[in-house]
Design a protein around this ligand. Sequence first.
Ligand code: HEC
Ligand code: HEC
Length: 385
Amino acid sequence: MSDNPTQNKAETGRESRLVKVWDLPTRVFHWSLVSMVFIGIITGYIAPEWWMGLHVWAGYITVTLLVFRLVWGMFGSEYARLETFTFSPVHILEHMKEIISLRPVRHYIGHNPSGAVMIFALLFVLSVITVSGLLVLGGEENQGPLAGAASYAISEIAAPIHNIFVIILIAMIVMHVSGVILEGKLTGENLVSSMFTGLKRVPKGTPPLVHRRARPFAAFLVTATFFAIGGSLLAAFATMPPSGLRHLPANETYETECGDCHAAFHPSLLPAKSWADMMATLDDHFGEDASLDAETANEIALYLAEYAGEEWDTEAANRFRVLDPKHPMQITATPYWVRKHDEIDPETFKRKGIGVKSNCSGCHTDHYSGRFDDQKIKIPEVKVK
Ligand code: HEC
Ligand code: HEC
């Protein structure tokens, strides 16, 4: 029964001694969460967009960890239980004052009041981040379990929330780490190593600890039930077809006539007015004569009008609707296109397999669907002979 410090022989109350405070699941939870948040922040801010898959997985695992922690907060061993670190506001304020005034602080075996506030706040902030992340994934990228339920408009609300809460999260991490360092200085305790070993030193005179044991089986049952219910709900949502995407029937005339000099563009990439103007001026099409007989032109014009940008709710369709007034027929002139591709070296567009910047299919392997997923970007490498 090494888990139970009351059975420890050193539990005499006369010497400072080490007691087991953090059980293994709590420690594994803590460091897994640290890793997931780290991966989430790195892949969110720095890594190229096609790392999106990893970012999303870090999010899914974070949700799993949060659920587990709440359950373990009910069934874990003594100091993992949420009730052992629910303090009154007065108590919390007192502790914060102690820390700020750098007075030697009272010793807490489990979480101290400020740390406890931090944990509840972290759980809240992480929940907001993961839920808003799922909404962005569903609404903007048409991916994940909410692809059918979340519209682009919802993702436009969720995206700034996601970003702001990540900044709040980073600020909290900075506070949490400074708190741990400060508390360590004040009490001489190394809280980081106790999060690895689970052991904390309690001062002389601490009475023997009442230590409730974990109930892993109950925890497992509740977690499993939660995931069975939550999982089937999400699975039900996931069967809804992605809300922003339509089925685009192939049109041979369009593909032959407009796929001759360049790959035929997905009709969702420009609004109806741009397509109509383009079809009316084919004799002078970017300096080329692309004119067609009236019947063919009419068929293509109807097809483009029916599947123009307004008819889709993808990120690309929503974004490319904002045109450059000087070049209203050019996808590659839209502010969004320019912004998204401004870090690409102009030489890259000349590579074999691309040729010109308007050859979307050179880098976007899913261009035919109109999705333009981050994970489907593959820039061809230069072949060195
Ligand atoms: C005779 C060759 C030719 C044909 C046929 C042709 N195009 Fe083009 N198209 C061009 C050239 C050249 C450009 C300008 C260079 C570029 O952007 O690739 C261009 C550019 C475009 C662009 C703008 C791409 C950007 O930079 O954002 C669109 C959209 C477009 N064409 C649509 C069409 C459609 C629709 C048809 C069929 C009705 C068509 N093209 C047929 C040669 C052609
Ligand atoms: C040289 C390769 C290349 C070509 C050609 C190219 N793109 Fe991209 N595109 C990229 C890269 C790389 C990104 C990601 C940039 C970033 O945000 O870091 C991107 C991003 C995008 C995005 C945003 C995706 C998202 O979810 O954030 C859209 C939409 C897009 N491109 C559309 C187009 C269209 C339409 C064309 C053709 C007119 C095109 N691209 C041509 C490489 C290319």
